[in-house]
Design a protein around this ligand. Structure first.
Ligand SMILES: Nc1ncnc2c1ncn2[C@@H]1O[C@H](COP(=O)(O)OP(=O)(O)OP(=O)(O)O)[C@@H](O)[C@H]1O
Ligand SMILES: [Mg+2]
Length: 251
């Protein structure tokens, strides 16, 4: 199995508060890794270290190594814009721009230099198809994206992330604000996407982690307690704390 991300001795501090403690793990290509653990344990922080989104937080300090396809993403001279194109992110709440559906999707490709209308049309259609929302929006591409339902907006955010052809998709509780039907659509989508992309998703929903993840990482107070195949984590976890969490004894 190919490791697309390798994390070694990763520590992260927000000021004096250490949010990640000596994290070591590798994320496999074309599989879904779920990050689970109680609120405040460092899931989002860890996810954001993978495409350097924490760089934007004042007072943050990071040590250790994150290799993306063998290259240290924290090395001086790293092109962070390019990194975030390769490693895209979808957040808990849809964060579309107040512009048309078409322009939301075309935004990233335009920034990366795509000018041809024919090419942009192609990218927009393909991204919307890949995010399983093309049929619902193809007749209103020029209307404001904020007029869509929550579930549609979230799939549009996924389409926007896909439009720049990323390699890895990071998802931070991307279904937590959605109804079961929209959630199901996004879960199905994630299962399809992993054929082409590597997916890393934070979830508070244990059933969701069981349903769709191949690997699972359990965090507690900044420590990575256990990282294993999801079937192992959810049937015979190696650590008592993992067991207590997944059986709902705390968190
Ligand atoms: N921008 C920030 N500045 C300072 N401290 C932060 C910042 N973001 C997170 N933290 C702290 O780092 C720790 C980990 O937070 P993080 O958001 O990664 O947790 P989480 O596991 O994603 O929690 P949740 O499930 O509630 O989203 C917490 O103690 C949090 O208060
Ligand atoms: Mg979080």
């Amino acid at each position: 199995m190919n490791k697309v991300i390798e994390v070694t001795c990763l520590d992260l501090w927000y000021g004096r508060n250490q949010a990640l403690k000596n994290i070591n793990c590798s994320l496999p290509e074309n599989e879904i890794t779920a990050l689970i653990g109680p609120s405040g344990c460092g899931k989002s922080t860890f996810l954001k270290t993978l495409n350097r989104m924490n760089d934007l937080v004042p007072g943050v300090r990071i040590s250790g190594e994150v290799l993306y396809r063998g290259k240290d993403i924290y090395a001086p001279g790293t092109d962070v814009t390019k990194l975030r194109k390769e490693i895209g992110m979808v957040f808990q709440k849809a964060n579309l721009f107040p512009m048309s559906i078409y322009d939301n999707i075309a935004y990233g490709p335009r920034i990366h230099g795509v000018r041809s209308k024919v090419e942009l049309d192609g990218i927009v259609e393909q991204s919307l198809r890949d995010a399983a929302i093309w049929e619902e929006v193809k007749d209103r591409l020029k209307t404001n994206a904020l007029g869509l339902s929550g579930g549609q907006q979230q799939r549009l955010c996924i389409a926007r992330a896909l439009a720049v052809h990323p390699d890895i998709l990071l998802m931070d509780e991307s279904t937590s604000a959605l109804d079961p039907i929209s959630t199901g659509k996004i879960e199905e989508l994630a299962l399809t996407l992993k054929k082409t992309y590597t997916v890393v998703m934070v979830t508070h929903n244990m059933q969701q982690a069981v349903r769709i993840s191949d690997w699972c990482a359990f965090f507690l107070l900044g420590d990575l307690i256990e990282f294993d195949r999801s079937e192992t984590i959810f049937s015979m976890p190696g650590d008592k704390r993992t067991e207590d969490y997944i059986t709902g004894r705390f968190g």
